[in-house]
Design a protein around this ligand. Structure first.
Ligand code: SAH
Ligand code: SF4
Length: 368
């Protein structure tokens, strides 16, 4: 628990917006901001190096900047945006969920997951979510507000720092992957999310220097935004949350399906794959006796076969207020078998962090 330092309890205020931060700005904008503060432009690169390469925002550590200037620059460009309220660990300390409080009292969560070959942080892009999928805890309370680019980047920098400082079981390591699968619909906060993707993948010290291919943006299927992403000239992985191959069922599981039905969503996914050469991930939460029958497996297989695609089946994680539960293991195995029989690459996602409500769809950021 944060080395015994208890942060103050969350204050409830009207949601506001986050103050400006270095991570909101492009390299050019950082130089301009520093000059406006009466400092030489090269200070922008010094600050960027501290934040993105050394993973620190502590002015005391910035010994290459005169001490008077440090405090001024840090106050103007590195304001604290997210304060950890609590950490919860699971899986022998290799999974850690953090509840964060924004400056306006807004609560969000992120989850760090260490695997033998990679370490992934699952970040939130919005506080809450306005889409309202009935099986997802985040969707139940609606949308509080969009996160800023820097608030998203901060969740990743915090994960990178925790790995670098050896705070996660198995010792020092490096953060390698980012998935936009925490709270919120990333493509409903398009500009902030794109800014974050650029900051995360720009080479250091402009950004964190992660590979574009190790960043996954998961969407419920906002077709115009998928089309926009397609022409950004990025190599990020697109994940589309489908959950049903037919509009009748998908209308009930993913309410925006009434606006952008299955055929249109898949059409835009294939355009993304065609333009980027990246294999699209189809997310499908398996819900017992709802969407896990053999007919739907065949229907899905027929829709996807022959495309640059991979299916990620997610055993449904329980959420408060919903009676739905994960499929029987025999039904899950049969679903996998049928998809593979259509030649569709299929895997079943692990349920990391389930007992700390840190698995897919369980993030609700309930205060202490
Ligand atoms: N809003 C985006 C990203 C966040 S949700 C989206 O929906 O894609 C990340 C993934 O978790 C999505 O695939 C979502 O469908 C899935 N999910 C939500 N609730 C879940 C639950 N209770 N069990 C399993 N997966 C769930
Ligand atoms: Fe929002 Fe995704 Fe949850 Fe649906 S599954 S309510 S889109 S976060």
């Amino acid at each position: 628990m944060l080395n015994g330092r208890q942060p103050p309890l969350p204050v409830t205020r009207r949601p506001g917006s986050a103050p400006r931060h270095l991570a909101d700005l492009t390299v050019e904008e950082r130089r301009t901001a520093v000059v406006e503060l009466g400092q030489p432009a090269y200070r922008a690169e010094q600050l960027s190096r501290h934040y993105f390469a050394r993973l620190t925002d502590d002015p005391a550590a910035m010994t290459d900047v005169p001490s008077r200037t440090r405090a001024q620059l840090a106050a103007a460009l590195l304001p604290p945006l997210l304060t950890p309220v609590r950490h919860l660990s699971a899986d022998g300390g290799t999974t850690r969920k953090t509840l964060w409080r924004g400056v306006d009292g807004t609560l969000v969560e992120s989850v760090l997951m260490r695997y033998p070959d990679r370490t992934t942080v699952c970040v939130s892009s919005q506080a809450g979510c306005g889409i309202g999928c009935p099986f997802c805890a985040t969707g139940q309370a609606g949308l509080t507000r969009n996160l800023s680019t820097a608030e998203i980047v901060e969740q990743v920098v915090a994960g990178a720092r925790a790995m670098d400082r050896g705070e996660i079981a198995a010792g020092h390591g490096r953060l390698s992957n980012v998935v936009f699968m925490g709270m919120g619909e990333p493509l409903a906060n398009y500009n902030a999310v794109l800014g974050a993707v650029r900051r995360l993948t720009d080479p250091t010290p402009a950004g964190l220097g992660l590979s574009q291919r190790s960043v996954t943006v998961s969407t419920v299927g906002l077709v115009p935004a998928i089309r926009r992403l397609t022409v950004e000239n990025l190599q990020v992985t697109l994940a589309v949350s489908l959950h049903a191959p037919d509009d009748e069922l998908r209308n009930t599981l993913v309410p925006v399906n009434r606006r952008w039905p299955v055929a249109e969503v898949l059409e835009s996914a294939w355009e993304y794959a065609g333009r980027t050469g990246r294999r699209v991930s189809i997310e499908y939460a398996l819900i017992r006796d709802v969407n896990d029958d053999a007919d739907r497996a065949h229907q899905l297989g027929q829709l996807l076969r022959g495309h640059l695609v991979h299916v990620n089946l997610i055993p449904l994680n329980p959420t408060p207020g919903s009676d739905w539960t994960a499929s029987r293991s025999a039904d899950e195995a049969e679903f996998v078998r049928i998809l593979r029989s259509h030649g569709v690459a299929t895997t079943v996602r692990d349920t990391r962090g389930r007992e700390i409500d840190g698995a897919c769809g369980q993030l609700a950021a309930v205060g202490a």
